[in-house]
Design a protein around this ligand. Structure first.
Ligand code: GLU
Length: 410
């Protein structure tokens, strides 16, 4: 089963409960438009490499397509479809006025120089630019891309269409990015944890948290959790992680990581593998890196009481049922990691109005939206007696279905 099929298992379960007919399921499940492009790049050694690029527009019933751009060797068409559909449900759960889309290039950005990445990003943007627009489709960063990538995309788009800062989100502040957009994925996770703590029997302050991944999501989750008073006992990157049962000094870890791009060797901590991190004795486990990190072969060894899906699709369906059977609460990606796209919504809004919010305003609005999304999902959990994932899909699919119906599609 590929990633898109896996996401659609959750969709189908929601569609069953909503009693949707086959045609309506097709309309909501299938991407509305898919573009595959060849991205030829002149490499630094003079050779030419041609990469596969995608922009998949899953659904725009509730607003323009919105979603990140992934540079990764596994970013194939099924992966990008899965991620595009998750964006549709995520924006609907957060109740922000976006549909869902995703783009990507199947490449390994860690082996490419900055000039190569710059050329590849520009070519990709030129090849997909006719699909984009501030009221059509707005890309953002995702795994393997960052604010610099967005600056190149904005520049490449602007050189064809004229200055259009709102065409991408997750930009550098100097080019119209928003304060608080970087930290929004982490802040969003902590705001949901705060709201859910009572229901989950969790005390956030002092909770032992392990975070897999120390990139644009994981590092911000660790920082926000540390600031909130959690004990962040372990963090990891692709090479492996560091562990201190008394709690890591996260700001120091982050500062050192900024300087040398690796966690290994951090003083006052033991090293551990990514597999060991997932099986640590902790209160909250946060997979914030790759898809499928928790699966049928390791889910029975997860000791955390709560799994918080900061990454997209980090738990396979089989892993999910093992966790559910064992009474481990799983807070689903389309609820908890919406902070990133909500931050993007604020950036886009500021770009459209050509004005700036301060960080206090951004975080206050983010808290309001994340807490509201959690409460709406919890109400469905209680009413329908389902898991948080089932409830989030019921809410998201239901909202998109209503919008499609009102527009007259079904
Ligand atoms: N890539 C992020 C996500 O998967 C953010 C997308 C966006 O801001 O549009 O949610």
């Amino acid at each position: 089963m590929n990633a898109f099929d896996e996401v659609n298992l959750s969709f189908d379960r929601a569609a069953d409960r909503l009693d949707l007919d086959d045609g309506t399921r097709d309309l909501l499940k299938k991407p509305w438009r898919e573009l595959t492009v060849s991205v030829p790049v002149r490499m630094d050694d003079g050779s030419i490499k041609v990469f596969n690029g995608y922009r998949i527009q899953h659904n725009a019933a509730r607003g323009p397509y919105k979603g990140g751009t992934r540079y990764h060797p596994r970013a194939d068409v099924d992966e990008v479809r899965a991620l595009a559909s998750l964006m549709t449900w995520k924006a609907a759960v957060a109740n922000i006025p976006f549909g869902g889309g995703k783009g990507g290039i199947q490449c390994d950005p860690t082996t490419m120089s900055e000039p190569e990445l710059n050329r590849m990003t520009r070519r990709y943007t030129v090849n997909i630019h006719h699909l984009l627009g501030v009221n059509r489709d707005i890309p953002a960063p995702d795994m393997g891309t960052n604010s610099q990538t967005m600056a190149w995309m904005m520049d490449a788009y602007g050189s064809i269409e004229g200055y259009t800062p709102g065409i991408v989100t997750g930009k550098p502040i100097e080019l119209g990015g928003s304060v608080g957009r970087d930290s929004a994925p982490g802040q969003g996770v902590v705001y949901v944890m705060d709201e859910a703590a009572g229901d989950l029997g969790l005390t956030v302050s002092g909770a032992r948290v392990a975070v897999q991944g120390f990139g644009q999501v994981g590092s911000w989750v660790a920082r926000a959790a540390h600031t909130r008073g959690c004990k962040v006992i372990a963090v990891s990157d692709v090479e492996g992680g560091i562990y201190n049962p008394a709690g890591l000094d996260v700001p120091r870890v982050a500062e050192r990581y900024r300087q040398c791009s690796r966690l290994a060797g951090f003083p006052d901590a033991e090293t551990l593998t990514n597999a060991e991190l997932l099986e640590l004795d902790c209160d909250v486990l946060v997979p914030a890196a790759i898809e499928g990190a928790i699966h049928k072969d390791n889910a029975d060894r997860v000791k955390a009481a709560v799994v918080v899906e900061a990454a997209n699709h980090p738990v396979t369906p089989e892993g999910d049922s093992v966790l559910n059977d064992r009474g481990v609460q799983v807070m689903p990606d389309i609820l908890v990691n919406a902070g990133g796209v909500v931050g993007s919504y604020f950036e886009w809004t500021q770009n459209l109005y050509q004005r700036r919010w301060d960080e206090r305003e951004v975080n206050a609005e983010l808290r309001k939206i994340m807490a509201g999304a959690y409460r709406a999902v919890r109400e469905v959990v209680r009413r329908e007696q389902v898991t948080f994932r089932e409830a989030a899909f019921l809410l998201g699919v239901g909202r998109v279905h209503r919008a499609a119906k009102l527009r007259g599609f079904v």
